[in-house]
Design a protein around this ligand. Structure first.
Ligand SMILES: Cc1ncc(COP(=O)(O)O)c(C=O)c1O
Length: 395
């Protein structure tokens, strides 16, 4: 089909929640490049919004998935699967979590984490149900996760929202402390706010939240949907902060493009879930688990985390030079390969111009350019992006 025909068909049949998308029809990908149906190549600094950690058509992931497709896609969680058990062990061995549960999306993982926090206190006969989250946070699009999200634009047309969520300023320990009541079950934060503008937590903030939670006897939940699975140069962002959460959630990069999410919890918390408390038809099916298992293995065995740190540091240096050079560029923020560039001009316009030059990038809010490339990009790819930005910002 011609590009125009695809776009017209989409407009005729798909609910218009994405408005006018970027006008390209993507067909295939390889490495850090995507190709549209007119054969145009795009250097990818978006990675499907932090999903394609190993880029496209990664040989090991592709091979493992093909083999799994030939064997078994799905048969329900009524039965055991070797690949699911192996993934659970790998996730637990690589993190501070002791038990895991699988879902299909970030929102579903966060819902599960919130349910587990509530159940943990129910088990102790305590009526603690409230979750404190941060202003400008983003936790998903289901009713509970928009209630958890600290941005009214996602909430206002969907009231009444589920009760039990409170928002306190990010990086503000005093605000978090003040928000705690007798009903508080947990504090849930992103170690780096993604959609909210690429705002990293200060170390003292996360460490302080840990202390606050310990003192109040409540749980600390990290939403690592965007930061997890190598994005920041650590397998999980909490590792860079030296703060262990009681529960943390993963999605996006976990399956390198296969929809799979997870939440992990410390043993004492995880044991609150009893048979029948939680479930998911598709969650953790063999194909999803194979994708996650192979992705994690490649990230760990190929030392991808070292590359993320190295290329991320180089990337930041180059962007810092743009801050020096252009009055429209205000600040570089982020960690590893989760990077925001604050501008004082319309960030979407810059993304559009980058697209015209064959580079894909993202925004976070109106003024922040956001880069979430595959974790396998090289300094040469960074140079190409910087060259394009140099052209665009000059105009
Ligand atoms: C931090 C965070 N939490 C949750 C979500 C929701 O994930 P999903 O869209 O897979 O439901 C996102 C998605 O952008 C996210 O960045």
């Amino acid at each position: 089909m011609l590009k125009e025909e695809v776009i017209q068909m989409d407009q005729d049949y798909f609910m218009n929640v994405f408005g006018k998308r970027f006008p390209i029809v993507l067909e295939k990908g390889e490495g850090v490049y995507l190709y549209d149906n007119e054969g145009i190549e795009y250097l990818d600094f978006a990675a499907g919004i932090a999903v394609n950690a190993l880029g496209y058509k990664h040989p090991q992931v592709t091979e493992a998935l093909k083999e799994q497709v030939d064997k078994l896609l799905h048969a329900s969680n009524l039965y055991y699967f070797e690949i699911q058990a192996k993934l659970s062990k790998l996730l637990v061995d690589s993190s501070c979590g002791d038990k895991v549960f699988y879902g299909n999306s970030g929102a579903e993982a966060n819902e599960g984490a919130i349910k587990l926090a509530r159940k943990y206190f129910k088990e102790q006969g305590q009526e603690k149900y409230e979750v404190i989250t941060a202003k400008e946070s983003f936790h998903g699009r289901t009713l509970s996760t928009i209630a958890a999200t600290g941005q009214t634009k996602y909430q206002k047309d969907f009231t009444p929202l589920p009760k039990g969520f409170k928002h306190a300023s990010y990086n503000d320990l005093a605000a978090a402390k003040e928000a705690i009541t007798e009903q508080t079950a947990a504090i849930m934060v992103e170690p780096i706010q993604g959609e909210g503008g690429v705002n990293p937590a200060q170390k003292e903030y996360l460490q302080g939240l840990r202390e606050l939670c310990d003192q109040a006897g409540i749980l600390l939940i990290f939403d690592e949907i965007q930061t997890g699975v190598g994005r920041t140069g650590e397998l999980f962002a909490y590792q860079a902060y030296g703060v262990e959460p009681d529960i943390f959630t993963l999605a996006k990069a976990l399956g390198n493009g296969m929809p799979v999410s997870a939440f992990l919890a410390k043993e004492q918390v995880a044991q609150a879930f009893k048979p029948g408390d939680h479930a998911s038809t598709f969650g953790g099916n063999p194909l999803a688990c194979q994708a996650a298992y192979t992705t994690l293995q490649v990230i760990l065995e190929d030392n991808i985390l070292d590359d993320v740190k190295e290329v991320g540091a180089y990337f930041r240096e180059q962007l810092e030079q743009l801050v020096e050079q252009y009055s429209s560029v205000i600040e570089v923020r982020g960690k590893g390969l989760m990077i925001g560039l604050e501008l004082n001009i319309d960030a979407k316009e810059v993304v559009r111009k980058l697209l015209d030059q064959g580079v894909l990038a993202l925004t976070a809010g109106k003024k922040v350019l956001r880069f979430l490339p595959p974790l396998i990009i090289t300094t040469r790819d960074v140079d190409q992006l910087i060259e394009e930005l140099d052209q665009i910002l000059v105009e």
